[in-house]
Write a protein that binds this ligand. Structure first.
Ligand SMILES: [Fe+2]
Ligand SMILES: [Fe+2]
Length: 148
């Protein structure tokens, strides 16, 4: 793995964390006060977040980050496979949520969707990114962490 990829990855994870904070803030403001304009903002941020995460996953799959770890350390391949499965599940969960949010749903449904469902997705995504950071560190320790 090049250090550039590792650096991009950690910057990307930072960026996703920032977007997540902005999204949750808009979501909480909507849940606290209702209002169409707050809903519009929260749902727009959700769509942007979903497409950003989709591109992020593609970056990880296509730039070789996942493949590299498996090649360097075959013992980690199960954990890498589970990260790939997460991508699939999280992409689908986000797409489903965006599709539901885009339908003309009733107020109560909107609240449920953007409340509990979003929390579940974001928690899973956070656990996923933490695991990636951990795997990346392990790969780096082996590749760059020794003098010989
Ligand atoms: Fe990932
Ligand atoms: Fe990631």
């Amino acid at each position: 793995m090049s250090k550039d990829i590792a650096l991009s990855l950690s910057e990307e994870h930072q960026r996703i964390q920032e977007m997540r904070t902005v999204l949750l803030d808009a979501r909480d403001r909507y849940l606290a006060k209702g209002e169409e304009r707050r809903w519009n903002l929260a749902s727009r941020l959700l769509r942007e977040f979903a497409s950003h995460v989709d591109r992020h996953f593609s970056f990880e799959e296509e730039e070789g980050f996942l493949v590299h770890i498996t090649q360097r350390r075959p013992l980690l391949s199960k954990r890498v496979a589970s990260l790939r499965a997460d991508h699939e599940a999280l992409r689908n969960a986000l797409l489903d949520l965006v599709a539901l949010v885009d339908t003309k749903s009733e107020e109560e449904l909107r609240r449920q969707l953007i409340g509990a469902r979003l929390n579940a997705i974001l928690s899973r995504l956070q656990a996923h990114e933490r695991e990636e950071n951990a795997l990346m560190q392990e790969a780096f320790q082996q590749e760059f962490g020794t003098d010989d």
